[in-house]
Design a protein around this ligand. Structure first.
Ligand code: BG6
Ligand code: MG
Length: 216
């Protein structure tokens, strides 16, 4: 029985993926490392430190440099976040969140980002969320199931009562590992392992459509 929905943030509820890219690109240009939008795809859903490692791709760095570059990138990202507001919710998201609440399901957030609470506040969606799990909640990053299990516990639900919505391959793997049903947001090539795939996100999709597909 489905009792709750757990949402990833970046790339599912809002397109902050572009802001992450612009911040990493600024850092990469300063360091002198090649980086473009294609290479950025590998950073989707990945933690800040892991993202830097992928970006550096073997470029030598001391631990002090790694820490300082992560801080510098986050500073650039936080600058860009100042522009975010309700209009940055992806199409269909507000109506799905509204339907979930009206139908009496629980909704939780499970984002790897340490900026998640700030983004939720700027998007003005806090009133739709019964719990927030973020980059401070667990140690092991996706594809480990830990963050989604944290979200389920916070909602007071068993994993099998939860549905995860994710745009990253590692996120779908994490949802499956957690024993939850999964909704993949984006292309089949990326999220094809999910129970259902919404190539265009929640645009034009109703909660009844989703539940019908998951249970049917
Ligand atoms: C994820 C994003 O939600 O959070 C990644 O998809 C990002 O791109 C990760 O690296 C960590 O975010 P932050 O804000 O803590 O650096
Ligand atoms: Mg994401």
């Amino acid at each position: 029985m489905i009792k709750g929905f757990i949402f990833d943030l970046d790339g599912v509820l809002t397109d902050t993926a572009n802001f992450h890219y612009l911040a990493w690109k600024r850092l990469a240009d300063e360091i002198g490392v090649d980086f473009d939008r294609d290479r950025n795809e590998a950073l989707r859903g990945v933690s800040r430190r892991q993202s830097l490692m992928i970006l550096l791709d073997g470029y030598p760095a001391t631990e002090d440099q790694i820490v300082s570059w992560m801080e510098r990138k986050n500073g650039y990202y936080v600058e860009l976040l100042q522009e975010i507001r309700e209009t940055n919710l992806l199409p269909g998201v507000e109506s799905i969140l509204q339907d979930i609440q009206s139908a009496g399901y629980l909704a939780g957030l499970a984002s790897a980002s340490k900026n998640a609470r700030d983004v939720v506040q700027k998007l003005n969606i806090g009133h739709f969320l019964n719990s927030i799990s973020d980059g401070y909640s667990v140690e092991a990053p996706k594809p480990a199931p830990d963050l989604f299990l944290h979200a389920a516990r916070s909602l007071g639900l068993n994993p099998e009562e939860c549905v995860v919505a994710e745009d990253a391959e590692a996120g779908i793997e994490a949802g499956i590992a957690a024993g939850m049903k999964t909704i993949g947001i984006g292309p089949m090539a990326r999220v094809g392992k999910a129970d259902i795939v919404l190539e265009n996100g929640f645009d034009g999709i109703t909660l009844a459509d989703i539940i019908g597909k998951l249970l049917g």
